[in-house]
Each structure stands twice: as C-alpha cells, then as structure tokens.
Design a protein around this ligand. Structure first.
Ligand code: URA
Length: 244
C-alpha cells in the first residue's frame, strides 16, 4: 500500500476522492466572493503588534466575559510564516487546560486531515481559533464574543500572510467572511479574505458526529490544496520568450 493510500484509508476515504474533487471543480466553478476584512475596534494596539506583543495582549485580554472562566487564553500554534492557516471556533476543555488549539478528539481528526494532505501541525501550518478563550460548557461563542476577539485573528493573519485559509465550521466562516449563511452553501462558494483564498469546510467535531460528510470535507481540502499549489507556483505572465 503506498503512503497516500494509507492516509486516505486512515480517513475512511479510499478510493481516492481527490480525482473526484478535481472533476467536480472543473465542472462547476462558482464566482469568487471577496470579504473585506474589517477590524472591529478596539484594534489600535493589536493592529501594530508583533508576535510577542500580540501574545501578551491575548494572554491579558479582558475584552469580553469569556476571560473570567478561562484557565488560560489559547493563542494559536504553528509556523508563524505558514502557507496554510486553519481556523476553528474556540478552545474546548482540553485546549483550555493545555493552552493549544485542537488537542482533543476534534484535534486528532484535524491532525489526520493534515496528514492526508501531506501536512503536519507546525510545519507550514498554523492553527488558530476565532475566540481565544473557552466558552463555558463549550457553547458556541456569541457574535459579540467573536467580534471582541476578531482583531487578534486579523493580526495573526496579517503577520502570517498564509497562502490559503481553511475555515473550519460556521463560526469561523461567518467571522472571517463577515457573512451568514449555511455551511452547506458557504462551502460551495469561492471566497477570499483580502487577497487570500479561503475555503470553507466542516468543523472536525461535526465530522466526528457525521462521518458520512468526511468525503465532502476531503473534496474541500483538495480544493484548498489546489489553491495553495497555484499560489506556490511562480507564474510567468510576461509572454517574453527571449533568453536573457
Ligand atoms: N474546536 C475548536 O474550534 N477549536 C479548538 O481549539 C478545539 C476544538
């Protein structure tokens, strides 16, 4: 068994779904919808912060009530110049305890998804959440909590300058695209955050409850990989064929 077949089998996605995703993409290319990143105030300090300053701001943040019950703020993890940025919703109990995003059951599935893409946490990959503090009882963060925390994520994106953003679930998609809409609709669209292509797919926690949708999530990730590849390949648009 070759290594990629092993990875797809691990995800329960054999036979190879990538080919199907490519065929579907060629058959149907929705128009790109660009989100204009608007930084909610107060953002002045955050907008200019470097990595250590941003970490400090997040660690001390009291912009919303979530800080009262957190054990610690969960900043984000990975390569600070990563090509890939994965954005989730907010820390759960294990993340709150360990201070790292996606370390529970959903995180283990995310790691498998990364492996299937030939990626690894921390190597050209950054993982962050919309809200940095755990919502009590792991409830969905409110719009106000997301808005209060969003300047931190915007600054992380500005510092990383990833080639592709993958929004994991509705909360991340809504926050980054400044829109609403069902996940089923959003994942079929083509989006941008500023000039960065953004792919919407299901949150790994949803996929744990609904494994039948893993195949479609894999299609989304293959689309993200194609966008990433297209931004890695230097284009020669000059039309100049003369040798230097
Ligand atoms: N779910 C998220 O959205 N983020 C985490 O860090 C963990 C679970």
């Amino acid at each position: 068994m070759n290594p990629s077949e092993a990875r797809w089998r691990e995800l329960g996605l054999w036979p190879q779904w990538m080919l199907r995703a490519q065929a579907q993409e060629q058959a149907h290319e929705p128009p790109v919808v660009a989100a204009t990143p608007t930084v909610p105030s107060p953002g002045l300090l955050t907008e200019a912060a470097d990595w250590p300053q941003l970490r400090q701001l997040v660690a001390n943040c009291q912009r919303c009530a979530l800080h009262r019950e957190r054990r610690q703020a969960v900043f984000g993890v990975g390569d600070e110049r990563a090509g890939w940025l994965f954005v989730g919703e907010g820390p759960g109990a294990e993340e709150d305890q360990r201070g790292e995003p996606f370390v529970g059951a959903a995180g283990r599935l995310l790691d498998q998804m990364l492996r299937a893409l030939g990626l690894k946490r921390g190597e050209d990959v950054y993982i962050a959440n919309v809200v940095k503090c755990r919502p009590p009882q792991n409830r969905t963060p409110t719009d106000e909590e997301c808005a209060a925390c969003l300047p931190y994520l915007h600054r992380q994106i500005a510092l990383i300058r990833p080639k592709i953003i993958v929004a994991l679930g509705k909360v991340a998609a809504h926050a980054l695209l400044n829109t609403d809409g069902t996940l089923g609709t959003l994942r079929l669209g083509q989006h941008r955050f500023g000039d960065i292509p953004l792919v919407v797919t299901w949150h790994p926690a949803y996929l744990l409850r609904n494994p039948a949708d893993k195949a479609k999530a894999w299609e989304d990730l293959c689309r993200a990989r194609q966008l990433w590849v297209s931004r890695c390949t230097p284009r020669d648009d000059s039309g100049d064929t003369t040798a230097a």
